[in-house]
Structure formats: structure tokens, C-alpha cells
Design a protein around this ligand. Sequence first.
Ligand code: DC
Length: 223
Amino acid sequence: MAFNIAVDGPAGAGKSTVAKLVAQELGYIYVDTGAMYRAMALFFLREGIAPQDEASISAACERITVSLGMEHGEQQVYLNGENVNGLIRTEEVGKMTSDTSIYPKVREKLTQLQREMAAATDLIMDGRDIGTCVLPDAQVKVYLTASVETRGKRRYLELKERGMDCSLEEICNDIQARDEQDKNRKIAPLRQAEDAVLIDSSCLSIEETVAKIQKLVQEKKRS
Ligand code: DC
């Protein structure tokens, strides 16, 4: 049976950075489910579909194939065969993703794909609903969070580094709004699974957070 690690938590908690490193250490595959939702949102944007138009979004799901691959050691996401990795990290796509990941058709499609991947191979998968919904039997579950201020500051520094003009206050407001939307949606809302271990990374370094997850994996494998 494949060994699965589920990592959930709000935007900016450091899930992908940490999960990528844990995957490297363990020789596991890393799956960024947010990237899959983002690829679908990009398709809806390109088609000019309004985020409120559930019927058109549900119908459009039939025309989408999302797949993952590896290039230069990095996960790549493909939308109908096109590598869209460089196109899905904008605020516009992020907002569309949060708005459209509420719909059952969108979630069903990706949940099925994610479960197939997890059944086939040892992996660490991050998202919002992995421990609660996608992989309820994952051997290790982590809920990784951090204060809004910490997450806002990390995002601010990341954008500044990329030479983008931004305001810390706006970023914090944006993060708070995204949290509210992800936590309060009807289907698969963001929440900590009962058997997930809570890790607050506000005062932890990346290395310390990675070490905590590795310890959980070792303990589970020994038990
Ligand atoms: O992790 P991220 O910022 O790339 O996620 C973008 C959006 O996708 C986020 O607002 C919620 C949604 N998402 C989801 O609903 N379920 C997941 N498993 C992963 C992401």
C-alpha cells in the first residue's frame, strides 16, 4: 500500500515549500493540488466564463484534462497538454481559483485524479481538503498554519523579490478574504481533520517544520 502524507492549511502557510522538501528527503512524489485547481481556473478565465456561472463552469469541466509531470525536478501542471506552470500564479488566477473551486463538478474531477495518484505511489499532497476529504486514510496528516501577519509578510517579501510593487496591508486583507472563502464554502471547506497534527509555523523555520513532519513519518512507520 502506498504511503500518503496529507498537508492542509491556509494560503501562505508554507505548505508547498515544506512539502517539496519532505518529498525530496523521502524520495516521494510531491503533488500541489492548488496548481490543479489553478489550471482549471485559467481555462475558465480564457473561456471568459463568469465565476458565478456554475452551469457553464460545470459544462466546461468536460473539456478539461489536467495532468502533472516533472521537468528539471519541478512539478509541472498541464492543461489539455499545455504546460501552464508559468501562468497560474497571478492574483487574477488565484481569485478565480478560490471562486470556482467551490463547485462540485470542479472538485469531483480533481478529487478523483488525486485519489488515483495517491493509490499508485508514495506521495505528499498539499491542499485544503486532502486530510478531510481526498485521502481520509492518509498515514500522516498535517494541518500547517501561521498567523495572517506572518503569511502576509512572507508573501510580501516573495513578491518584492520578484520585483513586484505591492502593499503589505492589501496582501494581509487578501489572505484574510481567501481564508474566509475557503473555510466557509459548503463543499470540502478548509478545516483541520480530527486526526491531523497541527503545526503553527509562525515561529518555526522551514527546516524545523520539515523536521517535525519527518518525525511524524518516522513514528508512523515504526508503529
Ligand atoms: O494553494 P493555492 O493557493 O495554490 O490554492 C489556490 C486555491 O485553490 C485556494 O483558494 C483554494 C483552492 N484549493 C482547493 O479548494 N482545494 C485544494 N485541495 C487546493 C486548493
